[in-house]
Design a protein around this ligand. Structure first.
Ligand code: MN
Length: 498
């Protein structure tokens, strides 16, 4: 996938000059050991960089501004080793613009019962200093992540690692550029939205081109390049002729190969990381891009169909947040399609006409070439597969006219009970939490779309924190959801997010 910056996170320890040089030497020594130890776990996706201990307003202000100005700094992690009077943090916090984490920890895990004296207490009082610091951050209304626990506890390291990915989502959001070569599908409401407001809130640039601008690039792709890519497809995927003539099948696949190369060239030339198409606006394209778009998604491009730029940007965002994740299971643009209402086996078939990201696939991936019931083009080639099982989240960003709402549903992905030999698309199948009935009712109540950005690899908490960092409403549907409480939450949010 397209690389992001070599991001780092700054670790900033707060103290003051009340306790003397020896105490400050120990504070600095402890902080260095902690940063080294946390880096050495190998669990953090990005490096922690130790900064000099902050003991006065000038050093705090300078450090936060240096963090703002360093393009590789993705966030600051703060911790008060001793007491650190919080008025001196005000100006630095006011000027700070990046993600903020408050690691509420302590150098020693256990109370040193036999040796503890008042010097030790004064030196190790984050229980005290972190409350003073936390007060001013709350009073100033600054969004931050608070992580509580000993820095050597693996659960704390995991939380810090998760938050780092949220911070990358906040940082990278303003670099997302969506290329639209199809407008929002006529008369569809939920995929529409205010692109100006999206740029103000999220930093997304959402541009439009005529599809034939891309067609020109697609048509200029050489036959040699197309044939080489077709060979790659044939070596990587199972070819499923289903009675079609072999040469004719290959010609259909070659159309998609040419589209993959052409679209990617066009997107790279314009520095776009997400793309939107529309089956009704194909210009000179011979087929609806299916396999081509699936391959681009696999490379890390966000995608939304029928002009859905919001889901395209969210898909790209999730792909950045989960980049290089060990044992990552993938993310995809998805659409709620068809239900299974059989008691005990309830769930939703997730798919799209063609464009389902193969990152979520499990088992063999086939290339099929089947008619598309919509549009007036050749039968498009597409990748067909089933998806991994396990928990995931489905995200839908909707525009409510006066604000954006991010809807997050925890879902459990399952194998479909029986094969679907006649269905020529990649699919997922999931049951929403807390149950099929409550999950679907809650989703509809909250105004969620039929298009979602889905991932196995992010938690509800990470996306809630991302939404909070962006200053938008997040509504969660998970094990704790009841319709009565959700209705109240939506009612109260009408006021809170006015
Ligand atoms: Mn759709």
């Amino acid at each position: 996938m397209k690389a992001t910056k070599n991001y780092k996170f700054w670790f900033c320890t707060g103290s003051q000059d009340l306790y003397g040089d020896e105490c400050l030497r120990k504070v600095a020594d402890h902080s260095a050991k902690m940063v080294e130890g946390m880096n050495k776990t190998g669990k953090l996706p990005f490096e922690l960089v130790l900064k000099p201990t902050l003991i006065d307003q000038a050093s705090i202000r300078k450090t936060f501004n240096d963090a703002n100005n360093d393009p590789e700094c993705a966030g600051v992690i703060t911790w008060m080793h001793t007491f650190s009077p919080a008025k001196m943090w005000i100006i630095g916090l006011q000027e700070y613009k990046k993600p903020l984490c408050h690691l509420h920890t302590q150098f020693n895990e256990e109370i040193p019962y036999d040796t503890m004296d008042m010097d030790f207490m004064n030196e190790n009082q984050s229980a005290h200093g972190d409350r003073e610091y936390g007060h001013i951050v709350s009073r100033m209304g600054i969004e931050r992540k608070i992580i509580v626990g000993h820095w050597e506890n693996p659960a704390v390291i995991d939380k810090l690692a998760s938050w780092m990915r949220t911070a990358i989502g906040l940082m990278e959001s303003s670099h997302i550029r969506v290329c639209r070569v199809g407008d929002n599908m006529n008369n569809v409401a939920v995929t529409e939205g205010d692109k100006v407001e999206a740029q103000i809130k999220f930093g997304w640039e959402i541009d439009h081109y005529n599809i034939n601008d891309v067609v020109d690039v697609v048509n200029s792709v050489s036959e040699g390049d197309v044939n080489a890519l077709v060979e790659e497809y044939y070596s990587k995927y199972d070819i499923c002729l289903e009675g079609r003539d072999e040469a004719e099948f290959r010609r259909h696949v070659a159309v998609q190969a040419q589209q993959e190369i052409g679209f990617e060239k066009f997107l790279e030339a314009g520095d776009y990381h997400a793309v939107v198409t529309h089956f009704g606006m194909l210009g000179g394209l011979k087929q609806l891009p299916g396999l081509a778009i699936q391959r681009l998604m696999e490379k890390g491009y966000g995608f939304g169909a029928e002009g859905d730029w919001k889901t395209a940007a969210m898909d790209r965002l999730i792909k950045i947040m989960t980049a290089n994740m060990p044992n990552g299971k993938g993310s995809a643009f998805m659409e709620d399609y068809t239900y299974n209402f059989v008691p005990g086996k309830e769930g939703i078939i997730q798919a799209h006409m063609l464009e389902v990201c193969p990152l979520i696939a499990e088992g063999p991936i086939q290339i099929k070439c089947q008619p598309l019931s919509m549009g007036n083009r050749e039968d498009p080639a597409r990748l067909v597969f089933q998806s991994k099982t396990g928990s995931g989240i489905a995200c839908s960003l909707v525009d409510l006219g006066t604000r954006f709402r991010l809807l997050i549903n925890a879902v459990e992905c399952k194998k479909v009970e029986k094969p679907l030999p006649k269905l020529p698309v990649g699919i997922n199948f999931w049951t929403p939490e807390p149950s099929f009935e409550v999950g679907a009712e809650a989703w509809i109540l909250a105004g969620g779309a039929h298009h979602t950005a889905f991932t196995y690899d992010l938690s509800v908490e990470q996306m809630v924190d991302w939404a909070a960092g962006m200053g938008i409403e997040a509504v969660v549907i998970d094990k704790d959801t009841t319709i009565r409480n959700l209705k109240n939450e939506l009612r109260w949010n009408e006021i809170a997010f006015r």
